[in-house]
Design a protein around this ligand. Structure first.
Ligand SMILES: Nc1ncnc2c1ncn2[C@@H]1O[C@H](COP(=O)(O)OP(=O)(O)OP(=O)(O)O)[C@@H](O)[C@H]1O
Length: 331
């Protein structure tokens, strides 16, 4: 579906000298530096995959997406999407892809969404029956019937983004690029959009490439992540595998049935767990441990053996901290 081999994009940046003289000199003599925004990356994405493409600001995510969608021509390397070289056959490629860029819109500002959709129907030459079916199903899923005839400029950000998603999926694209699709949205809008993405992937087999700084998006939608930093791929693989390999500590909190003057770690856990004191809580026993040293089940069993426990909560390692660590380690 998507094949990327040795793909690079180097931007040429004009060096400017300071001051008026420098500006005048710059008109005649220009010196350039080169920025390796994407530097020799390779990956393959199969049809129907949902892949999180993540990295810090300036890592090279948007540049990659622009090359995949045909907006940018690579400096070197190969990219093939649906058997098409995107930057060579832009129109053919455009018919098979969809995109939502959180910061930009493809809906006409002064028109109602329905009118923009009608325009897209003609641009993508969607047969009338498929158009009506898709429009009906998608507006239903995103609950935007009541918004279809209101000019886009009068819609809230969350309403507008839901409408954007219909525009991106209306022509049944094989691949959809989502660049920060939930940025600035409230919890309810994010959740509705995430379940729409899930449904489209499951029902239509749409391949999704998701670029986001919102790790909740990644956790809920992606089984595979590609992490890019400084234009190079740091990690490409299963989200849960990375979680396990980078996982340092699990934290379990026990709410004890009664307040204690002193809470002691059960003897059998000595040296295997670390006690995390919680200020002002004399009935809370919070322990951190490495899952390779001792299992959560063993920790719970030992505590239940010594204390009467009202409630237990287990904190999973956050993907944010794992990603942060991968950036810092560099591999
Ligand atoms: N048109 C351009 N000309 C010169 N340099 C550019 C251009 N576009 C991007 N860059 C540089 O290339 C690098 C990668 O940029 P890119 O926009 O791909 O990063 P990103 O991972 O999408 O970042 P963000 O999360 O901030 O959107 C950055 O250092 C950026 O400054």
């Amino acid at each position: 579906m998507i094949e990327v081999r040795g793909l690079s994009k180097h931007y040429r940046i004009a060096k400017r000298k300071q001051g008026l003289l420098g500006a005048i000199q710059g008109l005649f003599i220009r010196k350039y530096t080169s920025k390796k925004a994407v530097d020799d990356i390779s990956f393959t994405i199969a049809s129907g995959e949902v892949v999180g493409y993540i990295g810090s600001n300036g890592a090279g995510k948007s540049t990659t997406i622009k090359m995949l969608s045909g907006i940018l021509t690579p400096t070197s390397g190969d990219v093939l999407v649906n058997g098409i070289v995107p930057y060579r056959e832009r129109q053919k490629n455009a018919k098979k892809i969809g995109a939502v860029f959180g910061q930009r819109t493809q809906l006409m500002w002064d028109l109602a969404p329905r009118e923009s959709y009608d325009l897209l129907k003609h641009i993508y030459q969607i047969p009338e029956a498929i158009y009506q079916k898709n429009l009906h199903e998608m507006t239903e899923k995103l609950q935007l019937h009541s918004l279809l005839d209101i000019p886009v400029r009068q819609l809230s950000l969350g309403q507008k983004m839901r409408c954007e998603f219909v525009a991106a999926f209306l022509h049944d694209p094989a691949v959809v690029y989502l660049d920060e699709p939930t940025i600035g949205l409230d919890v309810a809008a994010k959740s509705r959009i995430r379940s729409f993405i899930k449904q489209m992937n499951e029902e239509k087999g749409t391949t999704i490439i998701l670029t986001t700084h919102d790790m909740q998006d990644i956790e809920e939608l992606c089984r595979r992540i590609i992490i890019i930093d400084n234009g190079q791929i740091l990690y490409d693989g299963d989200l849960h595998a990375v979680k396990n390999s980078f996982l340092h500590e699990h934290v379990i909190s026990f709410e004890l049935d009664e307040e204690k003057e002193e809470i002691l770690i059960p003897g059998e856990l000595e040296g295997l767990v670390t006690y995390i004191p919680e200020e002002g809580n004399s009935n809370k026993l919070t322990l951190s441990f490495h899952p390779e040293t001792i299992s959560a089940a063993q920790v719970i069993a030992a505590v239940l053996h010594h204390y009467r426990v009202r409630d237990v909560s287990i904190a999973e390692p956050k993907i944010e901290s794992i990603v942060q660590e991968i950036y810092e380690r560099g591999a």
